[in-house]
Design a protein around this ligand. Sequence first.
Ligand SMILES: NC(=O)c1ccc[n+]([C@@H]2O[C@H](COP(=O)([O-])OP(=O)(O)OC[C@H]3O[C@@H](n4cnc5c(N)ncnc54)[C@H](OP(=O)(O)O)[C@@H]3O)[C@@H](O)[C@H]2O)c1
Length: 275
Amino acid sequence: MTRHTIGFIGGGNMAYALIGGLLTDGFSPQNIYVTDPEQDKLATLAQQFRVNTGSDNNAAVANCDIVVLAVKPQVLAEVARGIAQAVNARKSLVVSIAAGVRVADLQRWLGEDAAIVRCMPNTPALVKTAATALYANNRVADSQLEAAESVLRAVGLAVWVDDENLLDAVTALSGSGPAYFFLFMEAMESAGRELGLDADTARLLTQQTALGAAKIAIESSESPEMLRRRVTSPGGTTEQAVLTLEQGGLRNLVQNAMQAALRRSVAMSDQFGAQ
Ligand SMILES: NC(=O)c1ccc[n+]([C@@H]2O[C@H](COP(=O)([O-])OP(=O)(O)OC[C@H]3O[C@@H](n4cnc5c(N)ncnc54)[C@H](OP(=O)(O)O)[C@@H]3O)[C@@H](O)[C@H]2O)c1
């Protein structure tokens, strides 16, 4: 992994998180290049991480085995077209983290022979707890698959899907998922206040409960259903709350919400691809 040179096109939030993760994993800052139009951002990255910075995307690509496209999806077509020649000359692996931009469109902008990995990370990448799914086109060599995975693993979990369409499902689950948990936390906090707790106490207890439940779910070999059953004593308080949630149609609501997210993901990909 430390052999590779990696270039980030776009030095925003995600690039910052990924670079931080790579350095923690022992990656050499000398092998990292970042480009961005904003000099202030580049100066911060250079000062904090000692990485190479610049504003010329093609100059960075010329140095890099792996090029991470970390710009907003709206500007990706222009950015990709601008580096296509350099990518083909260097035969770099392109890793796109842009939400909703399909491989076929990236190939159209970068050239049919481009080796591309498309990823769908989520916001917890910023605290090194991302859930990322990756998909590779058939130009990507085995060693490049490993290299792409290690970049995303630097900020959390990374899993592969073998059908690109599944990235819309991933978007609906883990891409948008943090907001579902925030909403649930909001609702629990507010209900806690209604029950007489002060705001700080309701927030702290909600946060720690979410963390504890996630930790048990991750560390246990049992399914969430089994874990729920174990903490639901017959005739107890949890049973009453869970029954109320079930009767209120929570499962259907979650299913409908994720289907709506999936439909929006498909529509947005159509829109970005039309460029
Ligand atoms: N943040 C997340 O949690 C998250 C989750 C999943 C996927 N993603 C994806 O990750 C990508 C980056 O997101 P982000 O949150 O890091 O966005 P961001 O903070 O806005 O970073 C993008 C950076 O790219 C720069 N840029 C714009 N045009 C450029 C160009 N031609 N060449 C080089 N750099 C250029 C932007 O500069 P200006 O600000 O000056 O335009 C900005 O600094 C997006 O495609 C997003 O869909 C993000």
